[in-house]
Design a protein around this ligand. Structure first.
Ligand code: CAA
Length: 385
């Protein structure tokens, strides 16, 4: 059978960063709650001329530059932060990246989960057409109300993946475990720009989805737990992956260590939540920091509130290490410009644009692509300055 999986991967994030110590000082919280209790140190914040479209295109640009566009016949953008109820984020991204007109393009939605549905669909496409590649981008801006309990778990990020046959990075194995249940733990009605959430319910719904997906995985002939070398979870806050890992250990009767998760959470501690991108930012972090992954099997757990969970495995290919990729990711995180709480709160409010008012957004960032404003109700995207 043809090996299919992730051939290359690239992460991008916002131009600004808020240190959670500053948020803690502002709202009188012990910073230990954020650093230890939630496992978060910072959150990415977007500049006024960034949004989910510019994030998605920026993440994918290095992939297109490295591999060309000839074989890309499908572009999937998975996001919870779509900017139009009809037009797909992927259509703007397709133009910004200069992809071929002969390319199917669509946006996928199911809270933080949809990139995994996109990955499974992409694997099916490339298994049937091994000459083709699918560009899959998970991109999100996690936004909750100011002064809410969920506020420290915001963030932003995008991960682009080139999915193809004979992949250079990770071969995805065929068995997956899935679990869907209708739960009102986190959702965003179309008249809102911030999510509604029942925090406690969301944590228990996540764990139920994990154990349910594991049971389905096991029932369908997935490998036993002893044959899994590394674990990578959706990380709305990195401590969630620790809670999940402990629960799964109890569920399957295994002895896991919290240390199993350190390398897969280094980027997420600094990004904050990035919804669809969170699991794959975790994978990027693991690939960039663990130098003993060749031939190792990684279990990945994807969770999207509402709720859908999926657990699957991949085997890391020899030669997966790339100093260039790791440096690029470190640069994206290190070069964010710090904002104080006042500026962050202004940006949080300013991010919302009405469609019935024309607006021109001045150049604010040095990103490869910019949101330039709204003209006749339509959002405008242009190459960066
Ligand atoms: N030092 C160390 N730890 C501290 C501390 C201190 N000074 N003060 C508190 N803590 C610990 C608490 O003991 C608690 O630990 P446990 O969870 O192990 O008990 C932890 O910090 C968090 O404290 P609280 O439970 O009091 O926090 P909270 O009620 O203010 O809210 C939250 C936490 C529910 C996660 C909230 O931030 C939230 O609603 N976030 C958004 C929802 C979310 O991310 N849910 C995750 C699952 S859903 C999902 O995965 C989809 C998605 O992406 C949204």
């Amino acid at each position: 059978m043809t090996r299919v999986g992730i051939h290359d991967l690239s992460m991008a994030t916002g131009q600004h960063v808020l240190d959670l110590d500053e948020l803690a000082a502002f709202n009188g919280t012990d910073p230990g709650k954020y650093h230890v209790g939630l496992g978060l140190d910072q959150m990415s914040v977007l500049a006024p001329d960034e949004d989910v479209v510019t994030l998605a295109a920026s993440a994918a640009l290095p992939i297109v530059q490295a591999h060309g566009t000839e074989r890309i016949r499908t572009l999937l953008v998975a996001t919870e932060s779509g900017v139009d109820a009809s037009k797909a984020v992927a259509v703007w991204v397709h133009r910004l990246l200069g992809l071929n007109p002969g390319c199917r393009v669509v946006e996928l939605k199911q809270a933080c989960y949809s990139a995994t549905a996109g990955l499974q669909a992409a694997l099916g496409i490339v298994a049937r057409n091994p000459g083709e590649q699918v560009l899959l981008i998970a991109a999100d801006v996690a936004r909750y109300d100011l002064d809410s309990a969920a506020e420290p778990t915001q963030g932003a990020g995008a991960v682009a993946m080139l999915v193809g046959a004979d992949p250079d990075l990770v071969t995805i194995e065929p068995v997956t475990g899935v679990r869907t249940a209708d739960v009102d733990d986190f959702w965003r009605p179309t008249d809102r720009t911030t999510a509604l959430v029942d925090g406690r319910l969301s944590v228990s719904a996540y764990v139920d989805a994990l154990t349910g997906a594991w049971d389905d995985f096991a029932a369908r002939g997935g490998v036993p737990v002893e044959q899994i070398d590394r674990w990578c979870y959706h990380q709305p806050f990195t401590r969630m992956s620790v809670k999940a890992h402990r629960k799964l250990a109890q569920h399957v009767g295994a002895a896991f260590s919290d240390d199993d998760l350190t390398d897969a959470s280094r980027y997420n501690r600094r990004l904050g939540n990035s919804y669809t991108a969170s699991l794959y930012a975790g994978l990027a972090s693991l690939l960039d920091h663990d130098d003993d992954l060749a031939g190792r099997r990684v279990a990945l757990f994807s969770y999207g509130s509402g709720s859908v969970g999926e657990l699957f495995t991949g085997v890391v290919e020899p030669g997966y290490r790339s100093a260039e990729r790791a440096q690029r990711h470190a640069k994206a995180l290190d070069e964010r410009k710090p904002v104080d709480v006042r500026r962050y709160r202004d940006l949080h409010t300013a991010a919302v644009h009405r469609s019935d008012v024309d607006v021109e957004v001045p150049v604010a960032s040095g990103t490869p692509f910019r949101f330039a404003g709204v003209r006749s109700g339509a959002r405008q995207y242009v190459p960066g300055a």
